[in-house]
Ligand binder design. Structure first.
Ligand code: FE2
Length: 374
């Protein structure tokens, strides 16, 4: 891909240490049902709960976990709530991509000094298991980053939650950790947000793709990837570019009513097994034409996996200088064409599958066309 540039981060000191993603919180219309969906379909354990029974009057939240991936599903109990307003405007969506830090007060102070808009001031939550300190800053759209300090906490999630009383166990489907979270922002806003992550959180830009790299006959987009000091947090940021027809980013922005999280990529050590289980549980994935596989070995060389299940499941393969990767994209998770998931297995490659963009975007456009939105 000639128009992509890859720059290795050259950081001497990490000016904003982040240990990893702490949790991703969704605001949803019905958290009880969403929790069952994520358990039964994606194999998460339902770990903990808070709601009216535990003294929380305005909301109910369920904590779901699979290896290092932790989701919080939150719903409003009354209409006059910012959660209800968020769901009314955006549909079910990501509200908070929470970052795990050692000192939340210090991180918050530093972020605000460097230009972050505060979402909420530092607060300390205490129970018999210890203390969690939380603070929040705004990012694109109505999305926030909570800064979570849990070094003095020994409980399962945080104070205020009790173990989930219902049937919450699960065998899992092999989801391991969050590889990256992608944000869709408005036309012309991508560079502003790249600068925001650089200035406020000390991120560096890893890769950029211009509209010539990411275009089909009909639509185009531009993308830049930023990452934190230790590389555990990676945020690709997309903006629409002018094409003959409406781009997938425009469709998202229209139906989400503004910028927001477009997809969450979750890593697995065995993509064939994970995707087989997800498909059996009813997850629908985007399909590229069968001809994609006629040339795949020519394009990426030899891979360890058997090609037959890769082709059968519709898994995509791409290679960079350091290795290869296997990936697949789900269809949107809600009726609005907004958030979707990527399942990714990295075999050395640190990139994002640029070699698959064209086949993938053509598949996306076929779906967009079916919705009457191309
Ligand atoms: Fe991705």
């Amino acid at each position: 891909m000639g128009t992509a540039t890859l720059t290795a981060p050259e950081q001497v000191t990490d000016t904003f240490p982040i240990n990893g993603t702490d949790f991703i919180e969704f605001y949803v219309g019905n958290a009880k049902q969403a929790a069952h969906f994520y358990r039964n379909v994606f194999g998460y354990k339902i770990l903990a709960y808070r709601g009216p029974e535990t003294g929380t009057r305005d909301r109910a939240s369920y904590i779901l976990e699979q290896d290092k991936v932790r989701l919080v599903l939150t719903t409003a109990l009354r209409p006059d709530s910012e959660i209800a307003a968020h769901v009314h405007k955006h549909g079910d969506g990501v509200k908070d991509i929470a970052l795990w830090v050692d000192d939340a007060r210090k991180a918050f102070r530093l972020a605000v000094e460097r230009g972050a808009k505060p979402a909420y001031e530092p607060k300390s939550l205490v129970d018999e298991n210890g203390e969690v300190v939380l603070a929040g800053i705004h990012t694109y759209g109505e999305t926030i980053h909570s800064l979570v300090e849990r070094k003095n906490y020994k409980g399962p999630f945080m104070p205020g939650f009790v173990p989930f009383a219902g049937k919450g166990d699960s065998q899992g489907v092999g989801l391991k950790y969050i590889d990256h979270c992608v944000g869709n922002v408005e036309l012309g806003a991508m560079n502003k947000w790249v600068k925001y992550y650089a200035d406020v959180l000390g991120f560096t830009q890893l890769i950029s793709f211009d509209d010539k790299a990411i275009s089909t006959e009909y639509s185009a987009l531009m993308s830049k990837v930023v990452a934190n000091g230790n590389g555990r947090i990676k945020f690709p940021l997309n903006e629409p570019a002018k094409g003959k027809k409406k781009s997938q980013i425009d469709e998202y922005l229209e139906f989400y009513e503004g910028p927001g999280c477009q997809h969450i990529a979750i890593a697995t050590d065995n993509i064939i097994d994970t995707v087989t289980k997800l498909r059996d549980n009813g997850v629908e994935f985007l399909r590229v034409p069968g001809t994609y596989y006629d040339t795949v070995t020519e394009r990426v060389g030899k891979i360890d996996e058997d090609l037959a299940p890769i082709r059968d499941l519709g898994i995509l393969v791409d290679r960079d200088e350091e290795g290869y990767l296997l990936q697949i994209f789900s269809k949107p998770m809600e009726d609005r064409p907004t958030l979707f998931y990527e399942i990714i297995q990295r075999k050395g490659a640190k990139s994002f599958g640029a070699g698959n963009f064209k086949a993938l975007f053509e598949a996306l456009e076929r779906e967009q066309d079916l919705r009457g939105n191309l």
